[in-house]
Design a protein around this ligand. Structure first.
Ligand SMILES: *[C@@H]1O[C@H](CO)[C@@H](O)[C@H](O)[C@H]1NC(C)=O
Ligand SMILES: *[C@@H]1O[C@H](CO)[C@@H](O)[C@H](O)[C@H]1NC(C)=O
Length: 474
């Protein structure tokens, strides 16, 4: 067994650190000080989509805009020779992970559905379609039959032993799936949500493709709902690095996106049933790939509008704006890992809530979102988006961009270099500062410099929401 060869090697992924208690700041910290209206949201959207492009796996199209990237992992296959090439690399390295890619896709699609004018104004509508389609094409490949979905390609252990370019990778890349005997309602549910939400945006561009996405979404939801279980019980390879603690939120989320795409009330009934059954009315602490209860609440309030759901959405946003922990300089501080993405996800969700008049404090939610995004873009004197603004991160933890130009070799020596990444990973949002607003721009300090595709999800959609507010003069 190949894994045995690697047990003596050092793991480069983080140990989860304990979060120290940090003080709760008075809410709405001097918004004037931290808000910088000079940010060019359109430019940052453009860069963010470039980051997704840099994460592409498989055969790249002729219009690839990342000069230091080429075809890679074109032979990714399932055990029955199913073609599993394509999709996105999840992080610094080269595992493809359906669960987080699907969450990312759902959130990107929601942003496009809500604020298409922003993408048009930024001249990025075609680009975001391509970003999303790169994921949906892959999900469709992974969904090889009604009750079989591939959830991972690449092995975390051997992947961690390799530092270099994806184009030159020779490590074995096994594929892992869920099926009726080894189900994963969370994974199948999130993938159904991503395909349903994407089918809405593709409707006006490519009707057949949109229907195809929807068909897969319908089947995946049935699979998720009929065969209940956690995907990490089936795909144990990922257990060490990802968590999934519930699947009620994914079932409700998928049903709601199917209702949104089909307007078939059967799906709304399913969603309401899951909402009640899994007690999704409680007020969550965060909104990210492993907890989308707040997303369910806001989406339900948007689609159905009952006051109890509006109330739930309002409770989450009010809590986040007023009571959630903050750093001294005002950043929402939910988790040491992916601090900035947590803040951006909440900013995005509360912009969605504000648009639908949830809570009596639209202005407060919008100011809050503006202030959180301003922090990310540089209000404290440094930007946290690679290649954008003042003093942006120079050493994101990212293998491909740490490599010199080809044909120079690339390996662990490049990981160890205390130097800027030779290739600029434009648009990547790093994990972020600690609870005291301190940031260590060093590749080995993954708690600060890690980049993941899901980090850029809520962030990109929040930028679109803010740009649309600017356009509308609000
Ligand atoms: C912080 O995030 C990590 C990784 O997502 C997770 O394992 C951990 O439980 C989170 N901690 C808290 C306090 O939410
Ligand atoms: C990396 O280099 C910078 C400046 O060149 C230095 O301040 C810093 O201490 C170095 N970090 C490590 C971990 O060597």
């Amino acid at each position: 067994m190949k894994l045995d060869l690697f047990v003596t090697c050092v793991t480069i992924l983080p140990a989860i650190l304990i979060i120290s208690t940090c003080r709760t700041n008075a809410f709405i910290v001097d918004v004037k000080n931290v808000t910088d209206k000079s940010h060019d949201y359109a430019e940052v959207i453009k860069l963010s989509l470039l980051y997704f492009e840099a994460q592409r796996s498989g055969k790249l199209p002729k219009d690839n805009r990342i000069p230091w990237r080429g075809d890679s992992a074109v032979n990714d296959r399932g055990p029955n020779c199913e073609d599993l090439s394509g999709g996105y690399y999840d992080a610094a390295d080269f595992v493809k992970f359906t669960f987080t890619t699907a969450f990312t896709t759902t959130i990107l699609a929601w942003g496009v559905i809500s604020w298409p004018k922003a993408y048009i104004a930024a001249n990025q509508l075609d680009e975001i379609y391509k970003t999303i389609k790169w994921a949906t094409d892959y999900f469709i490949k992974c969904h090889v039959s009604k009750n079989v979905l591939y959830g991972q390609v690449g092995d975390f252990m051997s992947d961690q032993m390799y530092w270099g370019r994806p184009e030159e990778m020779t490590i074995c890349r096994p594929a892992f799936k869920i099926d009726a005997e080894h189900p994963g309602s969370d994974l199948a549910g999130e993938t159904a949500a991503a395909l349903a939400a994407s089918s809405i945006i593709f409707r006006s561009v490519d009707r057949d493709y949109s229907l195809w996405c929807l068909q897969h979404a319908i089947e995946l939801y049935e699979f998720a709902d009929t065969y209940r279980g956690f995907y990490l019980e089936a795909i144990t390879n990922a257990k060490e690095f990802f968590s999934s603690t519930d699947y009620g939120d994914e079932l409700a989320w998928a049903a709601l996106w199917l209702f949104s795409a089909t307007r078939d009330h059967k799906y709304l009934e399913h969603a309401l049933h899951h909402y009640q059954n899994f007690r999704l009315d409680k007020r969550p602490n965060e909104f990210f790939y492993n907890n989308k209860i707040a997303g369910v609440q806001v989406l339900l309030a948007q689609l159905e509008g009952r006051s109890e759901h509006q109330e739930a959405a309002r409770a989450f946003c009010d809590f986040s704006v007023q009571k959630q922990k903050r750093t001294p300089k005002g950043l929402l501080y939910i988790n040491k890992t992916g601090t900035l993405s947590h803040a951006a996800n909440v900013a995005f969700l509360c912009l969605e809530a504000a648009d639908f008049g949830i809570g009596d404090s639209r202005l407060i939610y919008r100011q809050f979102a503006e202030e959180q995004i301003a922090y990310i873009l540089g209000s404290t004197g440094r930007s946290y988006v690679v290649g954008y603004g003042k003093n942006s991160p120079k050493q994101p933890l990212h293998a491909a961009s740490s490599c010199p130009d080809r044909p120079a070799p690339c390996g662990w020596a490049d990981y160890d270099k205390n130097e800027s990444n030779p290739q600029i990973l434009y648009g990547a949002l790093v994990s972020g500062p600690n609870e005291n607003d301190e940031f260590n721009d060093h590749r080995e300090e993954d708690i600060y410099t890690e980049v993941l595709i899901n980090y850029n999800a809520g962030f990109t959609s929040a930028l679109a929401g803010l740009l649309q507010l600017q356009l509308d003069g609000l």
